[in-house]
Design a binder for this molecule. Structure first.
Ligand code: UDP
Length: 140
């Protein structure tokens, strides 16, 4: 299979606890390469726009506030089967259900404050990468 790219966020609960390196190590050990990265503070527009698909869910307001509460690290990851691989390394949304050894099993604090985001398919990966990165910021 050809190299694939996916979009990742290290969320505020993880930047707050200064464990971005531990998370990146897990991604790298799983065969993914960081080909773009920046630490940003999300604006309200960015947080609402990024999670627009969840706007009618009861947790939407809390999720947006959480994503703005501390800096985040947005990243593009590259590797064989990168989208599925990243989801595998992340583990299930709810850390109580995440497989042992996954990022969420080891680091997530709750279903909301769950340390990482990862695109769930090729279309969202392309959209999410474009939402945060220009082409010249991605260096493969
Ligand atoms: N989320 C939440 N409560 C829920 C479900 C999701 O706060 O009951 C948050 C959580 O931060 C999650 C994000 O909304 O990562 C997006 O949810 P999704 O179901 O897309 O999970 P993911 O793709 O991040 O595993």
């Amino acid at each position: 299979m050809a190299l694939e790219r996916t979009f990742s966020i290290i969320k505020p609960d993880a930047t707050r606890r200064n464990i971005t390196g531990k998370i990146i190590s897990k991604l790298e050990e799983g065969g993914l390469r960081v080909v773009a990265s920046k630490r940003i503070r999300m604006t309200k527009d960015q947080a609402e726009g990024f999670y627009a698909v969840h706007k009618d869910r009861p947790f939407f307001g809390e999720l947006v506030e959480f994503m703005m509460s501390e800096p985040v690290v947005v990243q593009v990851l590259e590797g064989e089967n990168a989208i599925a691989k990243n989801r595998e390394i992340m583990g299930a949304t709810n850390p109580a259900e995440a497989a042992p050894g996954t990022i969420r099993a080891e680091f997530a604090e709750s279903i909301g404050e769950n340390s990482v985001h990862g695109s769930d398919g090729p279309d969202t990966a392309a959209q999410e990468i474009e939402f945060f990165f220009s082409k010249d910021e991605i260096v493969g």
